[in-house]
Design a protein around this ligand. Sequence first.
Ligand code: COA
Length: 336
Amino acid sequence: MYNSKIIGLGKYLPDNVVTNDDLSKMMDTNDEWITERTGIKERRWVKPGSGDTTATMGVKAAKQAIERAGIDKDDIDFIVFATLSPDMYFPGPGVQVQHALGIKTVGALDVRNQCSGFIYALSVADNFIKTGMYKNILVIGSELHSHGLDKTTRGRGVTVIFGDGAGAAVLTREEDTTKGVLSTHLHSQGEHAEELVLVAPGMGKRWVNDILADKDPNDESYFPHMNGQFVFKNAVVRFSEVIMEGLMQNKLGKEDISMLIPHQANLRIAQFIQKKFALSNDQVYNNIMRYGNTTAASIPIALTEAWEEGKIKEGDNVVLAAFGSGFTWGSAIIKW
Ligand code: COA
């Protein structure tokens, strides 16, 4: 058995900055409400026609990660792409990355686990490397939410939270099993699937034929729906549980955490976890103020920025944790 370790990180954020004041011109909302409830001040939204898509943003982040890893694209053995906002209903963006980067015909897997998507993708990659099946795996999280959000007052409870962007990591085989990804922990609770959901088009409830037949301008089924308070209450519990699970598995205590990178769901959730684990401001990395919630992209973007800013050093215990639609949640404990 081997371990896997991250040897390259990259990110891509579209240029177009949308502030809370910009949103207040589209819908009945304001900077004070958004800042107080979520911590978000601005987010990036892809400008229609700019050419950025979930796949192309993922490719840009991946190129940077591969370059920083110091490997050749032909050394990549497998691709895992996490997103809830693929360019096409099918196929998923993994194959678009394989083509765009000109990587040989390696496997490309798409992960559909929303805000936990990157942790799930990382776990898959880690386990393929652990067993020796692959040596170098490219893991991407990318989202283009903005084109699919309801930008009227009707959608304000969801729309103000989400942003666009991409992050990527290259994982490689590590022979020293005390280093790299020490463990990952994944969970789900499908009874709450519809508390944070985008129903249509979906075979179960509203497929394309239903939408076309109804031609209902008030149909909200193809906009995301979120029961915000319920999501919040579950998130704080599950974040804490899954971080503890990871620490205990590795016989670590909360005092051993060097850096926590929580999925950027809401600054208040991150602050709650920070307090619960008695961490200082320097031990928790947040960038939701600038990017909003970028779902599967949020952890790799934050991890990349923390690393670029020199906040992660060799030997650090880095904890990643996420919670989101499904509900799904997970954590990863990494010895950097
Ligand atoms: N601007 C202004 N008012 C808004 C608004 C907005 N963008 N969105 C909702 N409101 C209004 C509501 O209509 C409601 O008005 P009412 O009292 O007149 O009915 C009021 O603000 C309170 O709404 P509520 O949904 O109860 O607010 P909240 O305090 O729960 O905050 C969230 C909403 C979404 C910020 C909060 O629930 C949250 O962060 N939940 C977790 C979300 C999350 O993390 N999602 C991602 C998981 S991965």
